[in-house]
Design a protein around this ligand. Structure first.
Ligand SMILES: Nc1ncnc2c1ncn2[C@@H]1O[C@H](COP(=O)(O)OP(=O)(O)O)[C@@H](O)[C@H]1O
Ligand SMILES: [Mg+2]
Length: 257
């Protein structure tokens, strides 16, 4: 159970406004956990706080992972601990190729305090092999690795890169906020296949989504619902279907009854 991500009484603000109002949630290691909820309920805010996004002020609460309160760690340290925070990565970096970006990310993970980075760096041949295998698994064209990071990438290509990164970094817990409403069915499939392949039992996943549709491809073990900055229900995958059928108002009414 040491690979659980445990969120305790988390309160967070954006510009003085309280958005997260006491989130309690446990993502068990090696499981796929979906958070659903109406627009504006605070799902993306939660993802950003887990990632250590600077625009969010944590007022109180804790987030425990592998024996550490990650709120005390900077984003790089969180990543090194095995957390994968998809959207934390740069939007577009002129002049940096996909391959170089991935190698830098891997080497940052492998670096050790007091050691020469050259000593811990991944040998070039090994990196190339890993990259080739990862790209083959994702049915990616070889030329993709030479392109500049995110420059002119389609939604589907960005998604592929994200999953490729995950494939190479082998995190133990991934947080994915599927905010992009522009995702076509192909991109959905890529995300889903990647997550399904890498997740259980080696990697836990917190997948945040408005779209029931995504959950037709990713089969969560647990589903939680967020409303007004709190987790209001924890259940199994059947809850996703129930919400699709009945909407959120039904749950809201049940909660106030
Ligand atoms: N950068 C921001 N500045 C001010 N308010 C924000 C910002 N981002 C989000 N909010 C507000 O925080 C609340 C939660 O937003 P968000 O976490 O994006 O919800 P969700 O992802 O569930 O749709 C909303 O009321 C939204 O208007
Ligand atoms: Mg959102």
């Amino acid at each position: 159970m040491s690979n659980d991500l445990v969120i305790k009484a988390l309160h967070a603000n954006i510009e003085e406004k309280e958005i997260l109002r006491g989130v309690n949630l446990t993502i068990r290691g090696g499981t796929i956990h979906a958070i659903m909820g109406p627009n504006g309920s605070g799902k993306s805010t939660l993802a950003s706080v887990i990632a250590g996004h600077p625009g969010y002020e944590v007022a109180s609460g804790e987030i425990w992972y592998k024996g550490q309160n990650i709120l005390e760690l900077d984003p790089d340290e969180r990543s090194k601990l095995g957390l994968f925070l998809a959207f934390q990565y740069p939007v577009a970096v002129p002049g940096v190729s996909v391959a170089n970006f991935l190698r830098a990310a891997l080497n940052a993970h492998r670096s050790e305090e007091g050691k020469d980075p050259k000593e811990t760096a991944i040998p070039m041949a090994q990196f190339r092999k890993q990259l080739r295998e990862g790209m083959q698994a994702l049915e990616m064209d070889e030329g993709f690795a030479r392109r500049y990071l995110n420059e002119g990438f389609s939604g589907g290509e960005k998604k592929r890169l994200e999953i490729l990164q995950m494939t190479m970094l082998r995190p133990t817990m991934a947080v994915m906020d599927e905010t992009d409403s522009g995702l076509d069915i192909d991109a959905l499939r890529i995300v889903a296949e990647g997550v399904n392949r890498l997740a259980h039992p080696d990697m836990g996943v917190l997948v945040i989504t408005h779209y029931q549709r995504l959950l037709n491809y990713i089969k969560p073990h647990f589903v939680s619902v967020m409303m007004d900055g709190r987790i209001v229900r924890d259940a199994g995958p059947e809850l996703a279907l129930e919400l699709e059928e009945k909407g959120y108002d039904w749950l809201r009414e049940e909660l106030t009854a």
